[in-house]
Design a protein around this ligand. Structure first.
Ligand code: UDP
Length: 249
């Protein structure tokens, strides 16, 4: 389905993992987006970003706002597919099938710490390499070359949006990986650098509130949430007049 012009594949984490492991063994480079509410709002004004999302191999439902809209439009999706859960699921599957992974992103030390945590959890996991996400555009070629040389088949890119989507769109083929997944700040969480919201808040779809309290500087970014609600409401009203209630985008 499309939500405000952005493609969303309403599949759960198990199905997404199956597809990603299949991509990893294939010859082409499949870009996987974990789509968030802020990203959809950003895409309204950034047509290149919207094109990247819509041209990806998979666009997964990462946030409660998108989940609510997808379900209201009939998607049989129970849970969102967060970057952290996706990393866990995919690494579990990669470990049991011998698929090497690469972790890219975060401040220096974060990706290697996340690699150590994942290796502890999945002893058979092959971590082909890791590196921080703070490099100049001029070094992107050599970063992609390093990933290719590592032999990784899946790269998790936690560079923040829209940078990670733009980076994967431009450089994933050069990495030689079968799948590249944008995971935002998930490597910070996996490494233990940043704590996730307590499960109770996550279940109540209040993770955004927890993050706002922990990182007040995010308030400006989080204005995207009420904006998303307004845009979806406007879209719903417009569609009622244009095509008998089917959402327009
Ligand atoms: N980051 C990076 N390179 C950059 C800018 C950011 O690797 O040039 C990392 C940053 O350290 C953090 C992640 O990208 O780990 C962005 O986290 P945030 O929670 O803002 O991501 P979101 O999931 O909201 O996109």
């Amino acid at each position: 389905m499309k939500i405000l012009g952005c493609r969303l594949d309403a599949i759960d984490a198990d199905e997404a993992t199956r597809r990603i492991l299949a991509f990893a063994q294939g010859a082409s480079s499949a870009h996987v987006v974990t789509l968030g509410t802020e990203m959809v709002v950003h895409a309204q004004a950034d047509s290149n970003f919207r094109r990247i999302v819509n041209g990806s191999a998979l666009s997964l439902c990462d946030t409660a706002g998108l989940l609510a809209v997808a379900r209201a439009r009939g998607a049989a999706l129970k849970e969102r597919v967060t970057g952290v859960e996706l990393i866990e699921h995919v690494c579990a599957g990669a470990a049991s099938t011998g698929i090497p992974i690469f972790l890219l992103g975060g401040a220096p030390g974060v990706a290697s710490a996340a690699a150590a945590v994942l290796q502890g959890r999945y002893p058979l996991l092959l971590v082909a390499g890791s590196r921080d996400g703070y490099f100049n555009d001029a070094n992107s070629d050599s970063v992609a070359r390093d990933i290719r040389a590592s032999g990784a088949r899946i790269v998790f890119a936690g560079l923040g949006f829209p940078h990670q989507e733009e980076w994967l769109a431009a450089y994933l083929p050069q990495t030689g990986c079968g799948a590249g997944i944008g995971v935002g700040g998930s490597l910070d969480v996996v490494s233990g650098n940043v704590r996730r919201a307590p499960a109770l808040l996550r279940r109540g779809h209040l993770e955004w509130l927890y993050r706002l309290i922990k990182e007040p500087r995010r308030w400006r970014r989080q204005l995207a949430l009420p904006r998303f609600v307004l845009l979806v409401a406007r879209d719903g009203i417009r569609s009622r007049f244009t095509n008998n209630g089917d959402a327009t985008s």
